[in-house]
Design a protein around this ligand. Sequence first.
Ligand SMILES: Cc1cc2nc3c(=O)[nH]c(=O)nc-3n(C[C@H](O)[C@H](O)[C@H](O)COP(=O)(O)O)c2cc1C
Length: 164
Amino acid sequence: MSIFKRVSVREFTEEAVADSDIEMILRAGMQAPSAVNQQPWEFLVCKDLAVIRSLAETGGYARSLKTAQALLVLYYRETVSHPMFTMQDMGACAENCLLEATALNLGAVWMGIAPKEDRMSLIEDIFGKIPNAKPFCLIALGHPKTDIKQTSRYDQARIHYYKK
Ligand SMILES: Cc1cc2nc3c(=O)[nH]c(=O)nc-3n(C[C@H](O)[C@H](O)[C@H](O)COP(=O)(O)O)c2cc1C
């Protein structure tokens, strides 16, 4: 199951990511649950390696972009009915994208953008603005350079049972 295999992958081979795989990842993202089904997401797909590499130079957080073969930028719409739930909706959307990438044997990593205003402005400077939307996160994509190994984080101590 993808959930137990998913890890953040930050080093990729030179193999390109198929457009059909990117489409599946976007389909998975849009399949996420959201408050009142408000679906606040917008997506930008970038396969321009020069742009991706230049973004890698903007900070350690973006180091995976040194070898990524594709980049997704997830945006959130500001004009939704229940904005107080938007960040939760977007988290579900981003996680769906990561899980689908794992299911497709791709590597991926989530890079936090919102609510850091410097990173949000940087993304808008590079990619332009999407009307009524703001950058939420980046997802680097590629074929993993090394084997993916996830270890269990199951922790019984974090589970609290209701007792009368
Ligand atoms: C909200 C959020 C922001 C993150 N930001 C970054 C980031 O900027 N750069 C990065 O390389 N990884 C980033 N990550 C990935 C985490 O570092 C990673 O999920 C965590 O260390 C657990 O490792 P795992 O994904 O391999 O299970 C982010 C993850 C989340 C959920």
